[in-house]
Design a protein around this ligand. Structure first.
Ligand SMILES: Nc1ncnc2c1ncn2[C@H]1C[C@H](O)[C@@H](COP(=O)(O)OP(=O)(O)O)O1
Ligand SMILES: [Mg+2]
Length: 193
């Protein structure tokens, strides 16, 4: 089954909470016809389904912690297989959150050809998340959880960037700029593939 996705382009989209990953991915979907898979959205869909697994996930996410690796990976893989025939490529948004997740992804699914590092200052991310929290309805868009998510990002996720830098596939994107200017950097990186 996983054979079908072996030849598809896989792009990891990594950045802190509120850095603008989802915003940029939506624009890539429109321009390039890629499939956008946000690990957070997949997990939130499971929570919304009201399943037993969803309830356990919600408790973890509300605390700003990482959910078990196999759960996320299985969800991403199932979603990729479902889209394999129609997709030009995959944007994997919000994953890997830690180096181990990247290693497991490559074992079970395939290798990324690019890592988009969506970079914004902590202060900017907090500001954007607090604003998003006014309307998002997300249980983790509150001041206390935001702080934990940022700490975890710097501790667990930044090493992911270093790991893939050694492979030469990291493209750093300045996400302090207006959305369209951020996107022109993203488009340049994708056009160069
Ligand atoms: N370049 C930019 N300038 C200003 N606001 C931005 C921006 N990119 C995203 N935003 C806004 C949209 C959202 O309300 C919030 C978080 O963006 P997001 O795409 O949901 O981030 P992420 O998916 O990385 O958590 O910030
Ligand atoms: Mg997002």
């Amino acid at each position: 089954m996983a054979d079908k996705i072996k030849d598809a382009k896989i792009i990891f989209v990594v950045g802190g909470p509120g850095s603008g990953k989802g915003t940029q991915c939506e624009k890539v979907v429109t321009k390039y016809g890629y499939t956008h898979l946000s690990s957070g959205d997949l997990l939130r869909a499971e929570v919304a389904s009201g399943s037993e697994r969803g309830k356990q996930l919600q408790a973890i996410m509300q605390k700003g912690e990482l959910v078990p690796l196999d759960t996320v990976l299985d969800m991403i893989k199932d979603a990729m297989i479902a889209k394999a025939d129609v997709s030009k490529g995959f944007l994997i948004d919000g994953y890997p959150r830690e180096v181990k997740q990247g290693e497991e992804f490559e074992k079970k699914i395939g290798k990324p050809c690019l890592l988009l590092y969506i970079d914004a200052k902590a202060e900017t991310m907090v500001k954007r998340l607090m604003k998003r929290g006014e309307t998002s309805g997300r249980a983790d868009d509150n001041e206390e959880t935001i702080k934990k998510r940022l700490d975890l990002y710097y501790k667990a996720t930044e090493p992911v960037i270093a790991f893939y830098e050694s492979r030469g596939i990291v493209k750093k994107i300045d996400s302090e700029l207006p959305v369209d200017e951020v996107f022109s950097q993203v488009a340049k990186a994708i056009d160069a593939l």
